[in-house]
Design a protein around this ligand. Structure first.
Ligand code: AMP
Ligand code: MG
Length: 496
């Protein structure tokens, strides 16, 4: 099969006027090597996975060959990084090869190479990525997807054969990232800051057409666009909270309008439940702590609203009112999505205040008892009804302390009030409370083994396991266990 039929590009972003991007070809690398192809994702995108794994395919994934009909570009954006305004960012180490339309769901997806060389937006950077962050992003983005959380995806990972210079020399890698689009809040901020309202409008129209076509029929399409983005972000952050995910670098340039999680830099899943948890080594003030994520998303959205102001109404006063109303809606949308997701983890509806209180009491207890977030919910799922079949579960190595007994009794009573069939509820709970998550110490082990020993077997084992995070296997017990004290990873790094 030739490159043309293997990658059915159908590009739209590169058809926009040139102020939105720079034409930029990937820079070649010395010696591309395949790490992994995501066959299931390739199929969903109508891409031939066998071709991707061929020499020609790997050359493309490494940036050494351009497929037919690719129109490689680096896009421009700005953003607030840790609250500080940066008027000039952009794809400094990522190149958008083009878009494909999925024959399975009809949606359009970006195919982007991350770590493919310098672009006009590289500033002081080298446009490259060490292997570690490539593996981390592959593992976590695919795990998020399997957990049912909107996320960019990973189509492939390759080694480059070249070293990159960081605090030491590290082997380089390139990730092929797939997203419904990479348009960020910062993409709008870039043009709004330059008072280029025409470009803000062009971009808004593009996003409406690509992601929110229903808004075309609304009285005020741009208001509907803003409301839709706010609603997707509220849903997204609620889902993060429900699995203990901490993004770590929620800058406005790392928030996509399509509502997918993006940029798995200094991110991590919490082990012990503590709402103040921060992992990122660069987040010294705890700005992006677990407990702050909803507030930070709202802050970011206020910059999107601000950027859209000239489009929202004829005069500024009216526009501010429209924007403020939309932003005020975030808190309620988030609260509702959060309570729904958390109560669902416990087999209860979020409607009854008593259920929401019960859930809060559990979180307070977990925090006081320093309980592992994931295992606590999985243990509850396994122990809603007495296990007569003795099927193996995490309860074989993890028990909640007796301090939880009164709470568990109350919980069982409450769930029984709502559902006659507790076994059915239990089956649901086992399908939404994961046994396996990409625990930070496991990800670090994978990275260490690949970087130092060129051994990718741990990487493949972890990716394979996390495809089905709800299926417990006793022989994989160690993957479900929290880190031993000496394995705890306190910090994660951007690794840029
Ligand atoms: P991030 O923290 O990954 O969201 O990146 C923030 C900005 O820095 C973006 O504009 C990136 O493209 C840019 N950047 C990060 N790492 C590099 C690198 N190694 N080379 C060039 N630009 C980079
Ligand atoms: Mg970024």
């Amino acid at each position: 099969m030739n490159a043309k039929s293997a990658l059915p590009f159908n590009n739209s972003f590169s058809q926009l006027p040139e102020q939105f991007f720079s034409h930029q070809r990937p820079s070649p690398v010395s010696s591309p090597g395949l790490i992994r192809i995501n066959t299931a994702l390739a199929q969903q995108l109508g891409i031939d996975a066998e071709w991707l794994a061929s020499e020609e395919g790997i050359d493309m994934l490494a940036g050494n060959a351009l497929p037919e009909h690719a129109s490689p570009i680096a896009t421009v954006y700005a953003g607030h990084q840790f609250g500080n305004w940066n008027p000039q960012l952009g794809d400094g180490r990522a190149i958008l090869l083009g878009e494909v339309c999925s024959p399975v769901n009809g949606l359009r997806y970006d195919i982007q190479l991350k770590g493919a060389g310098e672009t006009p937006y590289s500033r002081m950077g080298d446009g490259r990525s060490p292997l570690g962050p490539v593996l981390r992003e592959y593992i976590v983005s695919e795990a998020m997807t399997s957990l049912g959380i909107p996320s960019t995806r990973s189509l492939a990972a390759v080694t480059t054969g070249d070293n990159v210079v960081r605090d030491r020399l590290l082997p380089g890698g390139i990730l092929t990232r797939v997203a419904q689009s990479h348009i960020r809040i910062g993409s709008f901020q870039y043009f709004a800051a330059r008072q280029d309202t025409a470009s803000v409008q062009t971009l808004a129209d593009y996003v409406i057409n690509r992601h929110f076509p229903d808004a075309l029929h609304a009285d005020n399409s741009y208001q509907t666009l803003l409301e839709n983005v706010i609603s997707r972000q509220a849903q997204l952050i609620a889902l993060w909270q429900s699995v203990g995910f901490i993004h770590g670098v929620m800058n406005t340039d790392n928030m996509l309008l399509c509502g997918e999680t993006v940029d798995y830099g200094p991110c991590a899943f919490m082990d012990t439940f503590n709402p103040e948890t921060v992992f990122s080594s660069i987040d010294r003030g705890g700005r992006y702590a677990y407990a702050n994520q909803a507030a930070m998303a709202q802050w970011n959205l206020s910059w999107l609203a601000q950027s859209l102001l000239p489009l929202l109404a004829e005069n500024e006063k009216q526009a501010v009112e429209v924007a403020q109303n939309a932003l005020d809606g975030f808190a309620e949308l988030y609260q509702q999505a959060y309570e729904t997701a958390m109560c669902k983890k416990l087999g209860m509806s979020a409607e009854a205040p008593v259920n929401r209180m019960l859930k809060q009491n559990l979180l307070d207890l977990m925090s006081k008892e320093q309980c592992d977030f994931t295992l606590c919910f999985r243990f509850l799922a396994e122990n809603l009804v007495p296990d007569e079949t003795h099927s193996p579960g995490i309860s074989e190595f993890f028990q909640l302390p007796s301090a939880f007994n009164p709470w568990m009794e109350q919980w069982r009573r409450q769930v029984s009030k709502e559902s006659a069939n507790l076994s059915a509820v239990q089956a649901d709970l086992l399908a939404i409370n994961p046994a396996f998550i990409p625990r930070n110490h496991l990800v670090e082990e994978v990275i260490e083994s690949a970087t130092t020993h060129n051994d990718f077997s741990l990487f493949h084992a972890l990716v394979d396991l996390l495809e089905k995070p709800f299926d417990y296997h006793p022989e994989r017990r160690s993957y479900a266990q929290p880190p031993r004290p000496e394995q705890v990873v306190e910090n994660t790094f951007c690794g840029t």
